[in-house]
Design a protein around this ligand. Structure first.
Ligand code: SF4
Length: 335
């Protein structure tokens, strides 16, 4: 067995680093957290850790959409928490001293072919200066993409840098890139980036399908839904402020919204919702509430609750609405 790397399907994990951390921290009770969609690899990972260290290993089956959901109270009962496949959440200042973050790299890709596909797309668009954003699973691949594109006459003026559904790295807007390449499977990260980067071409580079696609049609569709939702909320006099937990608990955002509502004599109810989805929202919904603002994961408002019967907005959207600024440019942030 190669002790340095553990293969989990088409993904690879630095088990050597992980085992060193476990031994150095003398961890006897360990919680492992895998991202959604990859929890099926728990058995291999738990076996590898417990065989090598003899530690008691518990697999976390609760939703792990991001490291934003690491709950300090939940994880305090373990010597070490192994959080796989996400980087530390940059928008939280929670102290999580017993958490170790381990990358999960997708290795099922032919880099040469991907560089070729990206090269063709960029030439077709007449673009030479690009920024590269990536998720945790494609950090190494993104570095190889920088080298490959550099060798073909393109200039990577920014990145590779980490993108999250609610977060863009600082400096991207000022980088002078003509296009932003988002290396990620699915549309989630690319469409999110595109929504808050108006006027900049955002291309989705999908390592799973070896394709490059323009996000502009998807973005236009999302934008028209967001503007309609914001318009519907303009008459709301009574709001629900949805509050999350762990790194998704944002007291400063909640207080800023309450202050704004107080100033405008709007009624509001603060609702604590650890896991927000259409069922939990329907469960607490009341005729006394006309619109909602999500202060936990803003992408739940955009991607999951856009068809809810009442408007559900992100914090910057709600502030724009109640300040009477609808019609200005769509907010440049999700939080
Ligand atoms: S988009 Fe939501 S799940 Fe993803 S990092 Fe942000 S708050 Fe967490």
């Amino acid at each position: 067995m190669n002790l340095a790397k553990l293969r989990l399907g088409d993904y690879e994990l630095d088990i050597g680093y992980l085992l060193r951390e476990l031994v150095e921290r003398r961890a006897r009770r360990v919680l492992v957290q895998l991202p959604e969609g990859l929890k099926r690899y728990y058995v291999e990972l738990v076996d590898a850790i417990s065989r090598a260290t003899g530690a008691e290993v518990v697999a976390d089956a609760s939703p792990t959409y991001g490291s934003c959901l690491i709950d300090p109270v939940e994880v305090s009962g373990y010597d070490l928490v192994v959080h796989v496949g996400h980087d530390p959440y940059p928008l939280s200042n929670l102290t999580l001293g017993n958490v170790v973050y381990v990358d999960l790299e997708y290795v099922g890709v032919n880099v040469g072919q991907l560089v070729e596909v990206v090269d063709r797309s960029l030439r077709g668009l007449g673009v030479t200066r690009v920024a590269i954003l990536t998720t945790n699973q494609h950090k190494k691949l993104s570095k190889e993409l920088v080298v490959g594109l550099g060798g073909r006459g393109f200039t990577v003026v920014f990145g590779p840098a980490l993108v999250l559904g609610c977060y863009l790295p600082p400096g991207l807007r000022e980088s002078g890139a003509e296009a932003v390449l988002v290396v990620a499977g699915g549309r989630f990260h690319a469409v999110g980036a595109s929504l808050v980067l108006p006027g900049l071409k955002v291309l989705r580079v999908d390592p799973y399908t070896l394709t490059v696609s323009d996000t502009s049609k998807d973005t236009a569709r999302f934008l028209s839904i967001r503007l309609r939702k914001m318009w519907e909320a303009t008459s709301a006099r009574s709001w629900g402020i949805l509050v999350g937990i762990a790194g998704q608990y944002r007291p400063h955002v909640v207080e800023a919204i309450k202050r704004e509502f107080d100033r405008r004599d709007l009624r509001y109810y603060v609702l604590r919702v650890p896991v927000l989805n259409v069922d939990t929202l329907r469960n607490v919904d009341s005729p006394g509430i006309e619109a909602y603002v999500v202060t936990s994961c803003p992408r739940v408002a955009v991607d999951d609750l856009y068809h809810f019967e009442k408007p559900v907005l992100t914090p910057p959207e709600a502030l724009q609405v109640v300040r009477g600024l609808l019609g200005q440019e769509y907010p440049k942030n999700f939080i």
